[in-house]
Structure formats: C-alpha cells, structure tokens
Design a binder for this molecule. Structure first.
Ligand code: GSH
Length: 125
C-alpha cells in the first residue's frame, strides 16, 4: 500500500513511446492526477537534472521511471503499469485506449526498430 502523504513522481522523456504507454495507462485508470509529472526534452538542463537524480538508483536511467515512495524508484513501462494496476485493482487489458496504442502505433514502432537494428547488423557484417 502506498503512503498517502507521498506524491509519486513520474519521470518522462519527450516523445518516448514507452513513456506514452505508461502515461496512457495512468490516464485511463484515472490515476495520472495523483502523480507529479516531470518530463524533459532531450538536450535541455531538465534532462541533466533528472538523470543526475536517477543516477544513484540505476546503472543506466531509462524512461519512464516512477519514484513510488521516498527514495524508491521503478522503471520499465510494463513493470510500472503492473505495479499501479495491482495497487488500484484495475486490469490494463480492459482499457481500450491503452490496448489500441499498444497493439497499434506502439507495436508498429517496435517492429520498425527491430527492422532498423537488423539492417544495421547486416550493414556492419
Ligand atoms: N523497456 C523499457 C524501454 C525504455 C526506453 O528505452 N526508454 C528510452 C526512451 S524512449 C530511454 O530511456 N533511453 C535512455 C535515454 O534517453 O537516456 C520500457 O518499456 O520502459
């Protein structure tokens, strides 16, 4: 059970597809308003500040990340979704907007990323 006196912090990177997935889940679950959102645009001082804050907690910070309790951090979008789905007693599989994104644009981006990596490997061989 989370501490009601603590406002969890959601760290997001601008235009990050994994961040959009976590944000959509929280929005559709009606939980987003319970979070302090800290979003950065790459190359700005906000990125430096957020990464410096997360550096002691992860070998390599990635986004999205949530500070779930004071000093406790969780990353990996699917783990964040599972954590808050459990806590709120909601089922992400029953969320139509999240499902539409995950099976649509998100899946397409993942496939394109895999295709690009395969082409890079081929070019480097
Ligand atoms: N499997 C991770 C992937 C997260 C990820 O790769 N995020 C990218 C941004 S789209 C990232 O944090 N890159 C490192 C950086 O920007 O410093 C998840 O689903 O959360």
């Amino acid at each position: 059970m989370s501490d009601p006196a603590f406002t969890p912090v959601l760290y997001l990177k601008d235009k990050c597809p994994h961040c959009l997935k976590a944000r959509l889940f929280l929005l559709e679950a009606g939980l987003l308003g319970d979070f302090q959102v800290r979003e950065f645009v790459p190359g700005t001082p906000d990125e430096q500040a957020i990464k410096a804050e997360l550096a002691p907690h992860f070998a390599k910070p990635s986004f999205p990340t949530v500070q779930t309790a004071p000093g406790a951090y969780l990353n990996e979008s699917d783990d964040i979704i599972a954590h808050y789905a459990r806590e709120a007693g909601v089922d992400p599989a029953g969320m139509p907007v999240l499902r539409a994104y995950v099976t649509g644009a998100y899946a397409r981006l993942k496939a394109m990323r895999e295709e690009i990596n395969a082409l890079k490997d081929k070019a480097a061989a």
